[in-house]
Design a protein around this ligand. Structure first.
Ligand code: ATP
Length: 397
């Protein structure tokens, strides 16, 4: 490997690197060999597991990360969200020590991952979208083999139970279902007893109950004080698991915060929808001026900053007529709505600027996430040894 080049992914935890090419990094290949170039970083506070400041990375002159800042507190789940090509994988691979940055400061468990410190590797578990495990090993054998790479692994049986594979402990890996293999991936990442776990789309291909079980495993990890960085395209997963959601678009953080308040979501306009009663026109409804309600397929819908009074008027009006407001639905913007608002539209790919900068998104106040025109539903493992790869949803390859 040329000095300064990105290491194979398996180098992260000191485990053997499986076969398979590492992704080329044209930017680095084109550059003369040089030291990692991390800026000297002040040591972050002890409760911060990951600190990222001004992180930049370009490929062949095209910026993928344009100055990314965020922190991950110890014991929290941070979900990294963003459209395809936003820079999430690049960012995570830099944190994992797999890819070199161009600039900025990064500390992972107090260590610069560019140093590829062996002590750091043993504290980090990585679950990629797919992992390379000898398919002829049994689950117990695969787990035991991996445990042997660590000085102080967790008991193999305990980890197999943790990921719900007790019944498959003696099955060969090649006989596991896709969901069971993902559980094994997670187990392989946990057997080293890591403090920090990177999960890349951990539930892709899971059935609904397997997803819920995987979420419980992640919650259990956090209850044990471990830190999780989750990359996902599933908004419900981010909503269910994340303490903090950080949204990256076009190489910049455009919003960061708890899922319930991201992008001013908690102050977003309330959406009201109900079936227009037979024989009633829009003008018959007791609605305040300036609401601009729409009728679509027999349903009235509008959004409003303060719904209490209008709901009272509507229900009183309906009861006075001796009928119900059929299919009445009252809801706030979902995480997906806010995400689409933050990242939507053209211009979120690499080489273009996001629609809004970090400040505008973070500071968005009441009503800014949704305008009155917003329609309901709009905008709508391996462990350390794995090599880089991308799965069907656009993960690493
Ligand atoms: P996805 O959700 O599709 O996985 P992402 O947010 O993880 O996307 P990255 O994989 O980090 O995005 O890619 C960010 C940009 O950098 C993209 O334009 C991508 O094409 C480019 N890129 C990533 N890796 C390389 C590489 N090794 N060589 C050249 N360009 C790259």
């Amino acid at each position: 490997m040329a000095p300064g080049a990105d290491p194979p992914r398996g180098d992260v935890s000191g485990a053997p690197t499986p076969p398979g090419p590492a992704r080329p990094d044209p930017a680095r290949a084109a550059s003369p060999a040089r030291a990692p170039g991390p800026d000297a970083a002040p040591r972050p506070p002890a409760d911060i597991a990951i600190s990222v400041r001004g992180l930049t990375k370009s490929y062949g002159g095209v910026p993928a990360l344009r100055g990314v800042d965020f922190d991950v507190r110890r014991g929290e789940v941070l979900a990294l969200l963003g459209p395809n090509g936003a820079g999430k994988t690049t960012c995570v691979e830099i944190l994992e020590g797999y890819r070199q940055r161009d600039g900025g400061q990064v500390a992972v468990l107090g260590v610069d991952p560019a140093r590829r410190d062996r002590g750091l590797r043993s504290k980090v578990g990585i679950v990629l979208q797919e992992c390379a495990v000898d398919p002829y090993l049994t689950v117990t054998e695969a787990m035991t083999q991996r445990a042997g790479l660590y000085d102080a692994p967790r008991p193999v049986d305990e980890v197999i139970g943790l990921v719900g594979l007790d019944a498959k402990a003696r099955s060969r890996v090649k006989h596991l279902s896709g969901g069971q293999q993902r559980r094994l991936d997670l187990g392989l990442a946990l057997v080293g007893d890591p403090e920090l776990i990177f999960l890349d789309e951990p539930t892709t291909g899971f059935d609904p109950s397997a997803r819920r079980e995987a979420w419980d495993v992640v919650r259990g990890l956090c209850a044990e004080g471990r830190t999780v960085v989750l990359t996902t395209h599933y908004m419900d997963e981010a909503q269910a698991l994340a303490d903090t959601v950080t949204v990256i678009a076009a190489g910049r953080v455009v919003a960061s915060g708890p899922p319930d308040t991201l992008g001013g979501r908690d102050h977003g306009r309330t959406r009201i929808r109900f079936a227009l009663p037979d024989g009633v026109g829009l003008g018959d409804l007791p609605l305040p001026d300036g609401l601009a309600p729409e009728v679509r397929a027999g349903f009235v819908q509008f959004s409003i900053a303060e719904p209490t009074v209008v709901l009272h008027s509507l229900t009183e009006w309906a009861l006075g007529r001796g009928e119900a407001l059929e299919s009445l639905a009252v809801d706030r913007p979902s995480l997906e709505d806010v995400y689409l608002e933050l990242t939507g539209g053209p211009g979120t790919g690499p080489g273009s600027e996001p629609a809004s900068g970090p400040d505008s998104a973070l500071d968005s106040g009441p009503g800014t996430a949704f305008g009155p025109d917003s329609a309901p539903g709009a905008g709508p493992g391996s462990g350390p040894a794995s090599g880089p790869h991308r799965g069907p949803t656009g993960g690493r390859s």
